[in-house]
Design a protein around this ligand. Structure first.
Ligand SMILES: NC(=O)c1ccc[n+]([C@@H]2O[C@H](COP(=O)([O-])OP(=O)(O)OC[C@H]3O[C@@H](n4cnc5c(N)ncnc54)[C@H](OP(=O)(O)O)[C@@H]3O)[C@@H](O)[C@H]2O)c1
Length: 410
């Protein structure tokens, strides 16, 4: 199959390209090439989707299948549809669970109400609404152009190798270092999807002609079980979780979900529906979920490559961790050194460092604002940096120079 991946140099889209190459497809990636390299066996056609004529290098090409991961741009999606929509048998658009209005009710599926489509993002629009509304508009455009040839997948939290969002990775990193570890209340629902499982399913959809609209997410578990599962995979002997209740965390100023001094993945009750969607239709449609330990070990390799002690976009500071432990009367030795590399070909073959040149918008979050912040806000780095110029939000852009591990070959 001749596949076009609009992207291919970073995280999900790169994993889709690697998977497609591995399955023997003829893969073309269209991106600037500034976020990284495409996987071995895929071709990169340099395009800048901000340029209205940016797809000209691909003019006249035809593909059996297109995968578009446009994060937040209706014009990008519209131009791709105009260029390739008519002649393409199968089209995947990667949307987001941020399209839904109801963030609170557990167990909802794709028939839940959506945000209003946003064709133009007005200055001052809440970034989360802008993101979700733009995704809805992009979905509508794909459906209008492709009809029953469209596969629309709405991922939740994407985890695993190459994840640079620092959320799931915080827990893998911290738990791998052992000692006494403050943890949030266990009972909260949580779900995620390993980037490799999502990529496998996207390629499978193209191969089998699966179409329709699905959430891209694994079955729900609870936060305590998730942390236990990570510990089973990466914790050294003697690791001890120290539960801290929500009131104590709030009193200590610990933010929810993401951001500086946060407990990543700890979601407010207003967003428990965000992290407990019904995965059954996607599983019935071929989505396969690997064991949590596999995801944790792969994420640990990414953490190692990024640097265990780097400044993080999400996670508890050492000072706040120590303060929480003191309040619980549970002191801790200084954080132990990073663990040694895992051995064996499975792990060693996963790493290919390359440079990220993204500019990251960071939103200072605390107290009430943190409560209201939806889970995927940290995904909106480019969104935020764009809105920075146009809104009154006090967002601070800073360059990242991270080395990012990605799987090069399988
Ligand atoms: N991460 C999560 O937890 C999460 C959750 C839900 C949904 N999603 C959605 O999942 C999708 C994947 O996100 P991702 O973080 O994995 O990143 P990605 O979409 O895999 O990577 C973005 C790609 O877009 C390319 N790109 C960026 N600017 C471009 C431009 N001006 N012209 C051409 N190409 C450009 C980048 O390549 P170059 O920079 O090299 O050009 C890169 O290959 C997105 O649609 C996101 O909204 C993510």
């Amino acid at each position: 199959m001749k596949m076009l991946i609009l992207g291919g140099t970073l995280f999900l889209s790169r994993e889709v390209a690697a998977t497609a190459v591995h399955r023997g497809h003829d893969v073309t990636c269209a991106a600037r090439g500034t976020s990284g390299t495409v996987p071995a066996g895929a071709a990169l056609v340099p395009v800048d989707r901000d340029d209205p004529g940016g797809l000209r290098e691909l003019a006249g090409e035809r593909f059996d299948s297109v995968v578009d991961v446009a994060t937040m741009s209706l014009p990008w999606v519209a131009r791709a549809l105009a260029a390739f929509g008519a002649g393409t048998a199968h089209w995947t658009f990667v949307s987001s669970i941020n399209v839904y209005t109801d963030t609170e009710t557990p167990g909802r599926s794709t028939d839940a109400d959506l945000l209003a489509p946003l064709e133009v993002v007005e200055p001052g629009t809440d970034p989360v609404t802008a993101y979700g509304g733009t995704k809805v508009a992009c979905e509508d455009a794909v459906r209008a152009a492709l009809g029953d040839r469209a596969f629309l997948v709405r991922p939740g939290l994407i985890t695993g190798p190459g994840d640079v969002k620092d959320r799931f990775g915080y827990w893998v990193n911290r738990i791998s270092r052992g000692g006494r570890i403050p943890v949030p209340p266990r009972e909260q629902p949580i779900q995620h999807i390993d980037v490799r499982d999502l990529a496998d399913w996207i390629v499978l959809a193209a191969e089998t002609g699966l179409t329709g609209t699905f959430d891209g997410i694994a079955p729900v578990t609870d936060l305590g079980s998730l942390l236990d599962g990570i510990a089973a995979a990466v914790a050294p002997p003697g690791t001890d979780f120290v539960p801290v209740d929500a009131a104590a965390l709030d009193a200590a100023g610990v933010a929810r979900w993401a951001g500086p001094d946060s407990f990543p993945l700890w979601a407010p009750a207003t967003h428990h529906g965000f992290v407990s969607r019904d995965a059954a239709p996607s599983l019935a449609a071929g989505l396969r979920i690997r064991p949590l330990g596999d995801t944790a070990r792969a994420a640990l390799e990414t953490e190692r490559a990024l640097g265990f002690d780097r400044p993080r976009e999400a996670g508890l500071s050492t000072a706040t961790e120590a303060a929480l432990l003191r309040r619980r009367g549970a002191g801790n030795a200084p954080p132990p050194p990073p663990p040694p590399p895992l051995t064996g070909p499975d792990h060693l073959s996963l790493i290919l460092p390359f440079q990220v040149s993204a500019v990251v918008g960071r939103c200072p979050v605390s107290g009430e604002a943190a409560e209201q912040r939806p889970p995927e806000q940290a995904d909106h780095r480019r969104v935020l940096s764009v809105l920075l110029a146009r809104t009154a939000f006090s967002l601070v852009a800073e360059p990242l120079g991270k080395k990012i591990p990605q799987r090069e070959e399988r």
